[in-house]
Design a protein. Sequence first.
Length: 401
Amino acid sequence: MWKLMIADDEPRIRNGLCKTLPWADMGIEVVAEAENGKEALEIAASACPDLMFVDINMPFMNGLELIEKLHDQNPNCLVIVISGHDEFSYAQQAVRLNAFDYLLKPVQKTELSSAVNKALEVLMKDRVEQKHTQWMNHKLEFNAETMREEFFSKWITGKLTKEQFEEEWLFFQPQFHGKISMLLLKPLGKVTANAPSKIWDPALLEFAIKNILSEMLPQLPISTVFSAEKGRIAALTQISDLNSIRAIYQEFERVVMTYLGVSMLLTHSVVEQLEQVPKHYEEMNQELIRESALTPIVMMTKKYLETYYYKEDLSLSEVAEQMNVNATYLSKLLKRDLGKSFVDCLTDIRIKKAIQYLNDPTSKMYEIAKKVGYQSQHYFSHTFKKMTGVSPLEYRKRGDY
């Protein structure tokens, strides 16, 4: 329904205009009346009429002033002036203020009906054009985003020549400066023992995961999320605080598991220079391929260790119980698929996590030791040096995170 408002200081005129034509049959609803120009302007702000009948001679604010202010406040509202003034100067001013029509009192039904029908034609045409414009803008935005995704996908997978990259980089203008955090992930479906069971359409699942990640990353300086090769989602984020980015990745993984009921293989890398992104992608993708080749039980075990590595008393028997398998069988699977014992797998994960915590200069060594499951700082330092060749303090001084 089109919304009609009537502004006239005479109740008899307002009442007559409300009843003079079958408004409902014409697709029109009289939404408001006003007895002076000031009141009409205030009501129009909330009623948002499509069409307004306006008298010239009204108290507090005359019709011409009202039309002028309506132009700024309700620019899409069409105004039909219905006035007792037949002086040319009033009509001239009304035309100058873009009034749609100027009718003299007493207005005839046929004359009013003709003016209103012409106004409805204009309103309908404007609405169609507005919807078309909105549709076109949506298509342009969608196509621009699709082109942007395609650019990033081709770039990191090495499918752009140097000339193509430089040309398209200038067009899309991603303002990355300094170090970049690169995340690469592959949705896996159900790979945790207690995950809710849900079958996802792959395209819909990818769309949902990208939306969640995009929602969580904008708080950082610059980031972009896009589909890489089939079954891969990538994110590039300018680094301002590496610990914050890692925390967001962890929370992102938890949110996806909680709300979508799926787990993911994730790998993260810090890229020093922009031109190194494709090389890092290839290395990260190879890592995902290796991880994907693992048996489901080994994959679940790794996920469990990466989640509960901080538990000091985490044992093979506990993890085996969570995986619903025999501890001896799980130990053999880890040795076969990873070439490591359970203790070595856990230690490897703990030391990698410790290296991440070392990036925070405010974290003390005994705090880091506890965070990664070691009650004794001395034993933590001994294990760290055995794995990396240097002590945690030396590693921190070196700044190689």
